[in-house]
Design a protein around this ligand. Structure first.
Ligand SMILES: [Zn+2]
Length: 147
C-alpha cells in the first residue's frame, strides 16, 4: 500500500485519468458538500504463472479548502509492480508538476507499556527513528518499513 498527498491538483483531470485507465472493475465518484471522494478498482492480467490477475484499488479524497488530494493505492502485486503502478497513477501529477509526497503510516506498539501509536512515515528520514512514548515517557525505536 502507498499513500500520497498531492498539492493543488486539477482534481477533475486526476479523476478522469483514474476513470479512464484504472477502473475496469469498479468506479464510484461521489461528493459530500465540498469534498470529493472516489474509489477505483482495476484488474490487470498478471505475467505470472501463479496468479491470473493483479487487483488494484485506488482511493482519492479531495478537499478544495486545503487544496490537497489524499490518494492511496493498494495492489495484490509485488512491491516492484506496485511502485510501477504508482508512477502510472501519478502520471498527471508528474506531467503537470503538481507537488506530491508520500503519506504512509505505520502502527507500532511501545515495547515497554504496549501503548499503540500510528506514525506518518517520512521517507526522507533515516531507517530507524527514536521516539518518546507519551504514555510511559520511555524511548523506543520506530522502524522504517518503506522499501
Ligand atoms: Zn510506553
Amino acid at each position: 500500500m502507498r499513500s500520497y498527498i498531492i498539492e493543488e491538483p486539477d482534481i477533475d483531470l486526476l479523476l478522469s485519468h483514474l476513470s479512464k485507465y484504472f477502473s475496469n472493475t469498479f468506479k464510484r465518484i461521489s461528493r459530500y458538500e465540498l469534498i470529493r471522494f472516489a474509489v477505483f478498482i482495476h484488474r490487470i492480467p498478471a505475467k505470472d504463472p501463479n496468479t491470473d490477475f493483479i487487483n488494484l484499488t485506488t482511493v482519492v479524497e479531495y478537499n478544495p479548502v486545503g487544496r490537497e488530494a489524499y490518494l492511496t493505492l493498494e495492489s495484490s502485486g509485488t512491491e516492484a509492480k506496485e511502485a510501477k503502478l504508482a508512477v502510472e497513477i501519478l502520471g498527471p501529477a508528474n506531467n503537470n508538476q503538481w507537488n506530491y509526497r508520500r503519506n504512509d503510516r505505520t502502527i507500532q506498539d511501545c515495547p515497554h507499556c504496549k501503548a499503540t501509536y500510528v506514525y506518518r512515515i517520512d521517507i526522507s528520514q533515516q531507517n530507524v527513528t527514536t521516539v518518546v512514548c507519551h504514555n510511559c515517557a520511555r524511548e523506543f525505536q520506530v522502524t522504517q518499513i518503506i522499501k
